[in-house]
Ligand binder design. Structure first.
Ligand code: G6P
Length: 628
């Protein structure tokens, strides 16, 4: 979490840093700050809240510095107050540091440093870093070590060797106005190469407006950026030879294009996402499978079971994926919260494919679960070796470095913190994977396979029709539910994860308490919550569990709950039971999640918008969660 950016060159740093931070606000927006070095001093300006507060503050301050670092924060240690905002400085205010990650041993370091006379001004873990660097700078032998080109680099290198945790940092110092030092240890950091100017950032969108030549640092690397170039070292101090590569990326299209919020625009982009996925995954001639995921032949050999690790909305997509893989390809599949799995993995089984699903490719828990899986299988006999696949919207992310195989989802950049189009893109990846596995293992007959693919090809039009018919309906319902305090979402079978996703969307952006439940489980607890004040949204579409969901909805109605049904068009039975209908087209039950999620996204969106909330940047959340 948190976004960091840095600049050294010939232009005024402030504007470049602010523009970079704007592109990184998806990583957190509790506070923001920048520090520059100018006329022998560190100038640090910070503001609580969103970036525009910092921008307003800076309007009255002119600093023509050509070196600086910036930060947008998602609070971990210490409240989101100005004194906890980055950059953090040492006691003498000569060194400034921004950090993304967590310094796990900060308490011990802080105590030691306090005893040596360092004065702390925040409750953050990060603040130990500038103090530690100051301590090393003070104690380095003079003249500088022959092996190190700079005192400053050497002090940072010594300091980071004492830090435990996952972090990326950028450091500047008043006494070293031509050096920007950056470090990567388990948190993403890229360096950008311009003409006589260099950049660093947590993510490429912050720098693509200036250069497309980038070099992602690896874990355990430290770089020294000067106006003359970039030097890279490992933590042992050895110089490394590395070349930047050209990013195949253009400055991001981040306009709302007439929509009130990015989230609404992204909901409306979903037909296009499905079309792009169909084009990319389903263009094979059918031999041995009509699906093309660009995975090598050996990938498919001997998969006895699958386990999937993910967080948040990606975890919901994984649950749909499990259903598809088990029902279509007959492979036993487990889905785990990555944050749980990494500390309590399943027993080691042979021929196990582990899939990590993460739209950002940077979620710390998902990466750690995959890395742990890789490590615990190392040195074992062949059938126990780790087989890892990533499903991500950012193939160039840390996930891309960690796993040998990737299915790229084709959502394009998603700005709204609440995932919508990336979820639908993940579902498309799972349809392709499950059908591919089924076709190759011949667990699906060719007619059924052709039917499903034909059905998928109709989905973009069906989503368009759903969007058209539901926009007004959901807006109207939002008006009635704007003050509601609790919601229950029910689904069964392949639509149970959609009930979870509907509830999560509502919680995330409207701050209304909502629970998603498998409809059959409602009577074992949540039914006690029901009364006229608690509406129930039930997904009741034709298929194996339709009648069961209808019965469960009746049980809720008997407790006076208002019933909202995500049903199919012209379903007379449902029309008699539900108070409100959000109908979608009738499709094969296996394909229904990709339609039933649409009204739930719209409902959450309109309720949040009606409540006047910040839909795209809801409180306390961040789009990319790079801390445990
Ligand atoms: C955060 C976001 C969620 C997202 C989750 C997993 O919590 O707010 O929208 O689903 O992270 O993110 P990932 O990038 O791994 O899919």
């Amino acid at each position: 979490m948190c976004g960091i950016v840095g600049y050294i060159g010939t232009q005024v740093a402030t504007e470049i840093l602010l523009a970079g931070l704007e592109k990184l606000e998806y990583r957190g927006y509790d506070s923001a700050g920048i520090a520059t070095v100018w006329e022998g001093d560190v100038n640090c300006v910070r503001a609580k809240g969103k970036l525009h507060n910092l921008r307003t503050k800076l309007e009255h301050i002119e600093i023509p510095a050509q070196i600086g670092i910036g930060h947008t924060r998602w609070a971990t240690h210490g409240k989101p107050e100005e004194h906890n905002a980055h950059p953090h400085l040492d006691t003498a205010m000569r060194i400034a540091v921004v950090q993304n990650g967590i310094i796990e041993n900060y308490r011990e370091l802080r105590e030691e440093l306090k005893q040596k006379g360092h004065q702390f001004r925040s409750e953050t873990d990060t603040e130990v870093i500038p103090h530690l660097i100051a301590e090393f700078l003070k104690n380095l032998p003079s003249p500088p070590l022959p092996t190190s080109p700079s005192f400053f680099l050497e002090a940072v290198r010594q300091a980071v060797k004492h830090l435990e945790g996952a972090f990326a940092i950028a450091v500047i110092a008043a006494d070293y106005p031509d050096e920007l030092i950056v470090v990567r240890q388990q948190a993403p950091l890229v360096i950008g190469f311009g003409q006589g100017e260099f950049f660093c950032a947590s993510d490429t969108p912050a720098i693509v407006a200036y250069t497309r030549a980038v070099l992602p640092l690896e874990n355990g690397e430290i770089a020294r950026l000067t106006p003359l170039g970039v030097e890279i070292y490992n933590f042992a101090g050895d110089r490394l030879k590395k070349q930047p590569r050209l990013l195949n990326l253009h400055p991001m299209m981040v306009e709302k294009q007439g929509f009130k919020h990015f989230m609404l625009k992204e909901i409306y982009e979903q037909p296009g996402v499905v079309r792009a996925s169909l084009e990319a995954y389903f263009n094979n001639d059918g031999n041995p499978s009509p699906i093309n995921l660009s995975l090598p032949k050996e990938f498919y050999a001997d998969i006895d079971q699958i386990q999937i690790v993910a967080c948040g909305t990606s975890w919901h997509a994984a649950l749909v994926g499990k259903y598809l893989i088990e029902q279509l390809a007959g492979i036993s599949t487990q889905v785990h919260y990555a944050s749980e799995y990494r500390y309590a993995p399943s027993p080691l089984l042979p021929n196990t494919l582990t899939i990590g699903v993460t739209q950002s490719g940077e979620t710390a828990d998902t990466l750690a679960a995959l890395a742990m899986e890789k490590e615990r299988r190392q040195g074992k006999e062949a059938k126990y070796q780790a087989r890892l696949l990533g499903i991500t919207n950012r193939p160039e992310s840390s996930l891309g470095h960690l796993v040998p195989h990737i299915i790229s989802t084709l959502a394009g950049i998603e700005i709204g913190v609440a995932a919508t189009k990336t979820f639908v893109a993940q579902l498309m990846a799972f349809y392709a994977l499950a059908l591919d596995l089924a076709a190759r293992r011949q667990t699906i007959n060719p007619d059924k396979l052709a039917d499903i693919i034909h059905g998928l090809r109709q989905i973009p039009k069906e989503i368009e029709a759903t969007l058209e018919s539901q926009e007004k309906l959901t807006e109207h319902l939002a008006h009635e539910f704007a003050e509601t305090q609790d919601f229950i979402f029910l689904g069964r079978g392949i639509n149970f994860p959609i009930a979870l996703e509907g509830a999560l969307k509502l919680k995330e952006i409207s701050y209304i308490h909502a629970e998603g439940y498998p409809a059959g489980e409602m009577k074992h607890g949540p039914i006690a919550l029901l009364d006229a004040k608690v509406p129930v949204v039930a997904i009741a579409v034709p298929g194996s569990v339709y009648e069961k969901v209808i019965s469960n909805a009746q049980e809720a109605k008997a407790r006076d709950s208002r019933l909202i049904g995500v049903t199919t068009v012209n379903d007379g039975e449902a029309a008699e039971i539900f108070n409100d209908l959000l109908p979608v087209a009738t499709v094969d039950e296996l394909l229904s999640p990709i339609l039933t999620v649409i009204p739930l996204q719209l409902l959450a969106y309109h309720i949040a918008a009606r409540r006047g909330l910040d839909v795209d940047q809801p409180r306390n959340l961040a789009k990319s969660v790079t801390v445990e």
